[in-house]
Design a protein around this ligand. Structure first.
Ligand code: SF4
Ligand code: SF4
Length: 278
């Protein structure tokens, strides 16, 4: 997986200035197929948001305000995956209006929980769930924003860490590269002083192959990491899967472990496919 925070060519040096002469830089937040949880993570940082509102013009943010300004926007955060033709058309328009576009959360960066349908017979699922599936217009797969338009950076997590989100906004305004955590959950787990669930045999854990950012929440309460921050950089999923198999974790359990929040992320999708189809 490429470095999600690799800067766009001009990222590090070009301070964001309003292209429209409207005063403060403009921030817009849009959602596609998602639960709004990542937007709520930003709203949770109420005090920081108030300070942010002093330095940026919040042009579009449906979870925060009904106010709506037309683009172009200096910074756009996009939550959610692309699951319908309408989503695909909309995200193309959003890209056209964005000087910087950051995909936020597991849905926007890896297709999200809804990408579980990528591994199933989607028309058959629709017939089981909906009384009138003929009214649905869906794409074959749930895909990340980067599968459709250029993305300047990605923030992982289901939901994202609000502090990391604010750091990306601050870095954009300052014209510098965001300071984020590139390591795996195991490092956070060791820093927190938790006993390793794999070593002690108490649970299967995706920590060695999962992007940091949660502070090892699940291992902290004796639950194995579910991988909601998606694959870390250069994850050795096959080695971890082989190790879990030696601990008598079944093929089905392995598959389910890898197919949860970021099932369509290539590193998890490829490894899960080695452990059966359904
Ligand atoms: S990544 Fe998780 S919390 Fe964020 S919108 Fe998607 S489902 Fe909700
Ligand atoms: S419990 Fe999981 S996250 Fe923590 S060190 Fe062990 S494998 Fe890594």
């Amino acid at each position: 997986m490429s470095d999600p925070f690799a800067p766009a060519p001009e990222w590090e040096w070009e301070r964001v200035r309003p292209p429209t002469g409207r005063g403060r830089p403009t921030l817009a937040v849009f959602k596609l197929a998602s639960c709004d949880g990542c937007q709520l993570s930003l709203l949770d940082h109420e005090d920081a948001l108030l300070r942010l509102a002093d330095v940026v013009q919040i042009a579009e943010f449906a979870e925060l305000s009904s106010a709506s300004m037309p683009g172009p926007y200096d910074l756009v955060l996009v939550e959610g995956s692309v699951t319908t033709p309408a989503d695909a058309a909309r995200v193309a328009g959003i890209r056209d209006a964005a000087r910087r576009l950051v995909a936020i959360g597991a849905c926007a960066t890896a297709g999200g929980i809804q990408s579980l349908r990528n591994f199933a017979d989607e028309p058959a699922l629709a017939r089981r769930v909906y009384a009138h599936p003929e009214y649905l217009a869906t794409l074959a797969d749930s895909t990340p924003v980067s599968a459709h338009v250029r993305v300047d950076a990605e923030i992982h997590g289901c939901p994202v860490d609000g502090g990391e989100l604010l750091e990306v906004v601050a870095a954009t305004l300052a014209g510098r590269r965001p300071i984020t955590r590139p390591h795996a959950v195991c490092e956070e787990c060791k820093q927190a002083g938790h006993a390793c669930l794999l070593v002690t045999g108490r649970a299967a854990c995706l920590g060695p192959v999962t992007h940091a950012g949660c502070g090892a929440l699940c291992p902290g309460v004796d639950r194995g990491c579910f991988g909601c921050f998606g694959p870390s950089e250069s994850p050795n999923t096959s080695s971890l899967a082989a190790g879990l198999a030696r601990r008598n974790i079944s093929e089905k359990s392995l598959r389910r472990l890898l197919r949860t929040f970021t099932a369509a992320a290539p590193a998890f999708a490829t490894e899960s496919a080695r452990h059966g189809d359904v």
